[in-house]
Design a protein around this ligand. Structure first.
Ligand SMILES: *[C@@H]1O[C@H](CO)[C@@H](O)[C@H](O)[C@H]1NC(C)=O
Ligand SMILES: *[C@@H]1O[C@H](CO)[C@@H](O)[C@H](O)[C@H]1NC(C)=O
Ligand SMILES: *[C@@H]1O[C@H](CO)[C@@H](O)[C@H](O)[C@H]1NC(C)=O
Ligand SMILES: *[C@@H]1O[C@H](CO)[C@@H](O)[C@H](O)[C@H]1NC(C)=O
Ligand SMILES: *[C@@H]1O[C@H](CO)[C@@H](O)[C@H](O)[C@H]1NC(C)=O
Ligand SMILES: *[C@@H]1O[C@H](CO)[C@@H](O)[C@H](O)[C@H]1NC(C)=O
Ligand SMILES: *[C@@H]1O[C@H](CO)[C@@H](O)[C@H](O)[C@H]1NC(C)=O
Ligand SMILES: *[C@@H]1O[C@H](CO)[C@@H](O)[C@H](O)[C@H]1NC(C)=O
Ligand SMILES: *[C@@H]1O[C@H](CO)[C@@H](O)[C@H](O)[C@H]1NC(C)=O
Length: 647
């Protein structure tokens, strides 16, 4: 019934008309400085918006999530555009399927919401490299987020593709986009390069026109606003429940003495890191701040309010998570303790927020779409098929790179996942000898073996040396994993791989072969075939692939349903279902225990294939324990384990 209501609602909305300026003469969205407010079609307008990142929600569920946001009383959504999601290689653009931003904007429009668009080019967002494409690092010395000509050239070329696509979706052209953010918290970045902001302002105006409201967002501190704002870009601030709202807006007033007061990011929750406890923000505090701001709005025409971070967080599928410094990668779930859960479920916070908004705004009528049903498909037996080493010919069909000193990922045009670095031990190590990365050049985690015998794990900022043993002429394999690029601060030029030399005792290791692994696709229908093609089952403790299958009963309406996968007694790795890269699991560190499995990747017509790359230790020495499990409840706050807990 709820689903039917949703459909009817959508059908009633007019489809987005092709942009015909003539027909849209009445649609305006402007800043009224004197009235300290926004004007929509000439009338005072306040938006209450929530963030949703389309890149973190399966397209299959976009409509469902947007409709739930609408039913909470929001009148706008806010989204980032991750550049690296759309231009994975220079000049290769992706705007279809999961990357179909225009379709997303159409859906928003049909649901009856407005859009605050944040196209970056830098977005932070706990997203790999803050949304900047890795290939920018092919120029090793590039100065990102500055007026470095090579950076500007790439930005210019990208915006020339993106912004004209966005133009028809601007409010005044008949679409849902009311305002557009330029850069993101630029005042928190060390460069403080006004020429860069001026360049962006010029390019945004050139492609979007003079009418659209362009704005910046910075932390509510004078220092941030100093470098983050520019004349002709409307300055807004962001802050969470712990801030003094009056003081935060006094900061905005220092830069914008007139015009609407805007909190562009109000933190409804907080982000997680592997190895740190799951973060939450209390519903009570959210409701109190929200009520405070909305009631000020009623009195002083405080214009807007975002639940930017986040109304729904979603998932870092595949390899898309970012990391913070000192190096701490973010987990696969981006649940964010937001009003809608990672899986789009209605939470207590959702209802509390809806009720608070309902005190100030008329809530839409009709039923709220229910949480989607979840199903516990149960245990799935797994079996080890191959080690990574055994699979090199299928996973690296072009063969290895060969170089005296190690190359970085970007030098090999390998952007995500794994590269196996191989060399020969130059000397006997019958007694343990230290294998070290004296300059901390293992980015980010390396699984070390000698002639197929596991030796230990090196890890960025944590484990810079291990002892190894072996004989001269033995093969030393160092499988290096990229755990996600830094997305915030001055270290965003985050090179991956062995970014400096490894030493054995006092000798620099030389003459490397490097095998980039072809595991980078978001979906690889042939993955199962690839990893099983060399089937050579062993009880190896080296990084290995495991496969398993499960069936979903057919003939039951509404099947398949969403589920969550967990890895009892497994340690750390990557998981794919039917070739879809779900992300990392790491119960060996915590706190995330289950990974969200959206139903659209499951089938009832055939067996579903689970492929696991376990990098450390599986429970499969015992056949009874060699399984993964599909459960109907997420666990994001599991136990934490020390970083040094290596096998
Ligand atoms: C749009 O503008 C035209 C011309 O100014 C006016 O006649 C018409 O009533 C306006 N329509 C609305 C819906 O405001
Ligand atoms: C917030 O700041 C204002 C202005 O500095 C001050 O008057 C007020 O007492 C503060 N409120 C709280 C709750 O600290
Ligand atoms: C708020 O907006 C209303 C409607 O435009 C206006 O009448 C009122 O004076 C405004 N109040 C303040 C404090 O600006
Ligand atoms: C790597 O390159 C060097 C120098 O060109 C060559 O001598 C060596 O045989 C190559 N190694 C492999 C395994 O191809
Ligand atoms: C390594 O040890 C073996 C005997 O265990 C010896 O034959 C060989 O010469 C040694 N190699 C080097 C490089 O020291
Ligand atoms: C390596 O082995 C030596 C001698 O056995 C020992 O003193 C040292 O602590 C070990 N170092 C590491 C990093 O394990
Ligand atoms: C490795 O060491 C060599 C010799 O000292 C040096 O030329 C090279 O730049 C180093 N490579 C890296 C990646 O640090
Ligand atoms: C793996 O271990 C099992 C149980 O210990 C044993 O039966 C089997 O022969 C082993 N297989 C290999 C390939 O070593
Ligand atoms: C899973 O793999 C089997 C072959 O082992 C294949 O028949 C089946 O179609 C695959 N399932 C999906 C959903 O691709």
């Amino acid at each position: 019934m709820a689903r039917r209501a949703l459909l009817c609602f959508l059908l009633l909305q007019p489809l987005l008309a092709a942009a015909e300026p003539r027909a849209q003469a009445n649609r305006t969205f402007t800043i009224d400085y004197e009235g300290d407010q926004f004007l929509k079609d000439g009338k005072p307008f306040r938006y209450i918006s929530g963030s949703i990142h389309y890149s973190r929600i399966p397209r299959f569920y976009w409509k469902d999530r947007l409709f739930k946001m609408k039913m909470a009383g929001l009148n706008a959504i806010e989204t980032y555009v991750p550049w690296n999601f759309h231009e994975p290689f220079p000049g290769q653009y992706q705007f279809s399927g999961e990357q179909d931003l225009e379709y997303f904007l159409q859906l928003v429009h049909e649901v009856g919401l407005l859009v605050i668009l944040r196209p970056g080019p830098y977005i932070c967002a706990e997203w790999d490299m803050g949304g900047l494409p890795v290939w920018l690092l092919e120029k090793k010395s590039i100065f990102l987020r500055s007026s470095d000509p090579d950076y500007l050239k790439a930005v210019d070329k990208w915006l020339e593709v993106l912004l004209p696509k966005m133009k028809p979706y601007l409010y005044q052209n008949g679409g849902p986009i009311i305002t557009v953010q330029v850069e993101n918290e630029y005042g928190s970045y060390f460069a403080c390069d006004y020429n860069y902001l001026r360049f962006l302002l010029k390019v945004f105006r050139q492609h979007l026109g003079e009418e659209v409201v362009l704005f910046t967002t910075d932390g509510a501190g004078e220092n941030y606003l100093k470098c983050g704002t520019l004349q002709d870009l409307y300055a807004t601030v962001d802050f969470g429940t712990s801030s003094n709202i009056t003081q935060a807006f006094m900061i905005q007033r220092k830069v914008e003495p007139k015009g609407p007061l805007v909190n562009s990011e109000f933190y409804t929750g907080w982000l997680d890191h592997w190895g740190e406890s799951h973060q939450t923000v209390s519903t009570k505090n959210i409701v109190a701040s929200l009520t405070d701001m909305l009631s000020r709005g009623a009195n002083v025409n405080l214009s807007l309010f975002h639940f930017r971070y986040m109304f729904i967080g979603g998932t870092n599928f595949g390899f898309w998570n970012g990391a913070n410094m000192p190096y701490l990668p973010q987990p696969t779930s981006y649940d964010y303790d937001a009003p809608l859960s990672e899986a789009g479920d209605l939470t207590e916070k959702y209802y509390a927020v809806r009720e608070a908004i309902g005190k100030f705004e008329k809530l839409p009528e009709g039923p709220i779409p229910p949480s989607t049903p979840k199903f516990a498909y149960g245990k799935v037996a797994m079996k080890q098929v191959n080690t990574v080493q055994d699979s090199l010919d299928v996973l690296c069909p072009a063969g290895p790179f060969n170089s005296t000193y190690p190359l970085t990922f970007v030098q090999m045009k390998q952007y995500f996942g794994f590269v196996l670095y191989r060399t020969i031990l130059p000397k006997n190590c019958s007694e343990p000898v230290l294998l070290s990365s004296p300059l901390g050049g293992v980015h980010d985690r390396a699984y070390v073996s000698v002639n197929g015998v596991s030796q230990g794990i090196l890890e960025r900022n944590r484990v810079l040396s291990i002892n190894i043993t072996g004989k001269a002429g033995d093969t030393l394999d160092v499988l290096v994993e990229n755990l996600g690029r830094i997305n915030f601060g001055e270290d965003i030029n985050d090179f991956k791989g062995l970014i400096s030399n490894l030493t054995l005792g006092s000798d620099v290791l030389k003459d490397w072969l490097m095998f980039p692994l072809d595991l980078q696709n978001e979906v690889d229908p042939d993955l199962e075939k690839k990893v099983t093609s060399r089937s050579n089952p062993s009880n190896s403790t080296l990084p290995s692939f495991y496969v398993g299958q499960f069936s979903i009963p057919s003939g039951i309406p509404d099947f398949p349903q969403d589920t969550f996968i967990q890895f009892p007694d497994w340690t750390k790795g990557q998981v794919w279902i039917n070739g879809f890269n779900l992300g990392r699991y790491w119960p060996g560190r915590g706190p995330q225990v289950t990974l969200y499995v959206p139903r659209h990747i499951l089938v009832t017509s055939a067996l579903n294939n689970i492929t696991v790359l376990e990098l450390e230790r599986s429970p499969c020495e015992s056949q009874q324990r060699c399984f993964v499990e599909m459960v109907d409840k997420p666990i994001l706050n599991g136990p934490l384990f020390s970083s040094k807990k290596n096998p």
